[in-house]
Write a protein that binds this ligand. Structure first.
Ligand code: SF4
Ligand code: SF4
Length: 76
């Protein structure tokens, strides 16, 4: 799954963007927060590891279902 970025936590430092090897993250010019662009994410976790604010989450694991969306069990 591509990363989910919590805009309430993101401070726009750009570390996730710098570390992404496939260039699918950028800094939004309006919000000055990171955002996902394109569909080339390879689930490498580098952006999540790079983020000092823990604003990035790669969702992996079992789909637990749910109403109105999907919930995922985190596997560490
Ligand atoms: S998981 Fe890897 S490929 Fe996907 S956005 Fe993050 S750094 Fe880029
Ligand atoms: S590393 Fe974290 S805080 Fe910095 S731009 Fe990316 S999501 Fe935002």
């Amino acid at each position: 799954m591509p990363p989910k970025i919590d805009l309430n936590l993101c401070n726009g430092c750009g570390r996730c963007i710098f570390d992404c090897g496939v260039y699918v993250l950028e800094l939004d010019a309006d919000t000055e927060k990171a955002r996902l662009i394109g569909k080339g994410c390879v689930d490498c976790f580098l952006c999540e590891l790079a983020c000092p604010k823990r604003a990035v989450r790669i969702l992996v694991g079992k789909d637990l279902g749910g109403v109105g969306g999907k919930a995922y069990a985190r596997e560490y």
